[in-house]
Design a protein around this ligand. Structure first.
Ligand code: IMP
Length: 426
């Protein structure tokens, strides 16, 4: 199989983990390119459930090398916890199964403190409080501390001192307790020793693997509408989640990314604040949330649920240049008499088919719905599109027509087998 990129096409939580797991069967390397422990998915390893936030979905597949790429922000405490957790359930992680980019930036305790303090104030946007924004701020301000700095304690001190003193001033201003340099440093030196074997120039490693004929799966985190530049700013994460971030986030050229597969739910969800034009009102909100088990895997927060938003999805298809769509959780819509789908927006009396750039306009749009016919509950053993009820098939076709790209895969349940392949990827 050639390389493949799998990325979120909505506001995150689209079910990327399952799609990556499906395609990772054919991959030698699974590479994450952005974000940090704000992401989350559940793995089942040796019959035990594990929540992972940093490690890619391929981590439990024997023989797969997982890579945490250059543009990620990595909390060393979270990473070591995940490594230990996997070891505990009988899947030990070593240098053959995990490599971490030395260029990636560290998320440090003071980033989390700052994130939490800000979330307690008027600028709150509903972050995961994992310190992601403040860590990327330090990176962009060129005062960040990187994974590679962990390997040299003298340089680590040199990098940490000014970064920490900046953070301390901001923390104090917000009423928090400033961090102590020596305490942070001592812990990092210890963690650096544990992480040393995993640290690598991962761009070289990926390039050499591709040259040797190995297959790479690039795994996105969050979704296109949470992208720092292209998402619903300021209610976004702080990284590049769209396809343009894959090459930049891993150190390979864009020609090596393979097919670009977006993952979208058959409806939409969002956690945190920010516009969600198709947010469901009334008892259907609770129904979809319950049936879809729509609670954040990192924070446990209830997700806001909405009907499928085609203008928003079309936007991400364009910005990321998506070539295929994996449609997840189609089973959750079963049993509804009619399924509203947002085809366009009405903005001050005018019908528009694109996602407006102006946040006031985005807040003011009203969805223009088309009603799709519902379909009965699925049996659960459907393994081909032809076996789906007519209404479900029509739903998939409607998505393909509206986006102008093919649906490569439909997910109708959480298990690996609950996956229908509609098109084999080229
Ligand atoms: P941050 O990434 O923690 O700074 O959070 C910024 C915004 O992105 C918030 O609305 C979060 O709820 C959202 N977010 C971050 N990571 C995820 C994710 O993995 N799934 C869904 N939403 C996310």
């Amino acid at each position: 199989m050639p390389n493949l990129s799998v990325l979120g096409a909505q506001w995150g939580d689209e079910g990327k983990g399952k799609v990556v797991d499906f395609y990772a069967r054919h991959a030698d390397l699974v590479v994450r390119y952005a974000g940090g422990s704000n992401a989350g998915h559940t793995l089942v390893v040796n019959g035990r459930k594990l929540a992972v936030h940093l490690l890619p979905s391929g981590v439990a597949r024997p023989g797969t090398l997982c890579v945490l790429g250059d543009a990620m922000v990595i909390d060393p405490t979270a990473l070591l916890t995940e490594i230990d957790d996997l070891g505990r359930v009988g899947h030990p992680i070593d240098e053959a199964s995990l490599r971490v980019s030395g260029r990636a930036h560290l998320v440090l305790p003071y980033h989390q403190e700052l994130d939490a303090l800000r979330e307690g104030g008027p600028t709150a946007i509903g972050t995961t409080r994992r310190g992601i924004g403040p860590a990327y701020e330090d990176k962009m301000a060129r005062r960040g501390v990187r994974v590679i700095d962990l390997l040299k304690p003298a340089r680590l001190r040199q990098r940490l001192e000014p970064a920490l003193s900046e953070a301390a001033a901001r923390i104090e201003q917000l009423g928090g307790a400033p961090p102590d340099l020596e305490t942070v440093l001592a812990r990092l030196v210890e963690q650096g020793e544990r992480l040393r074997p995993y640290v690598a120039d991962t761009g070289v490693l990926i390039a050499e693997a591709i040259d040797a004929g190995r297959t790479v799966l690039f795994e996105g985190a969050q979704g296109g509408l949470l992208d720092i530049d292209h998402g619903t700013y300021p209610f976004v994460t702080s990284s590049t989640t769209v396809a343009g971030g894959i090459g930049a986030g891993t150190g390979v050229g864009p020609h090596l990314l393979g097919a670009l597969v977006g993952v979208a739910k058959a409806y939409v969800t969002r956690v945190g604040e920010g516009p969600l034009p198709t947010e469901i009102t009334g008892e259907d909100q609770e129904r979809v949330r319950k049936l879809g088990d729509e609670f954040g895997s990192t924070t446990g927060r209830p997700r806001r649920c909405g009907w499928l938003d085609l203008p928003a999805l079309r936007y991400v298809v364009r910005v990321s240049g998506l070539q295929w769509l994996a449609l997840t959780k189609l089973d959750i819509l079963a049993g509804l008499e009619r399924i509203p789908v947002c085809e366009a927006y009405r903005l001050r009396g005018r019908v528009i088919e694109h996602l407006p750039a102006d946040p006031d306009d985005l807040a003011a749009v009203e969805p223009v719905y088309r009603e799709m016919e519902g379909f009965p509950p699925l049996r659960g053993d459907e393994r081909a599109v032809e076996e789906l009820p007519a209404g479900a098939r029509a739903y998939v076709q409607m998505v393909e027509r509206a986006l102008g790209i093919g649906v490569c895969l439909v997910s109708i349940g959480p298990a690996r087998e609950d996956t229908i392949v509609c098109h084999a990827l080229p």
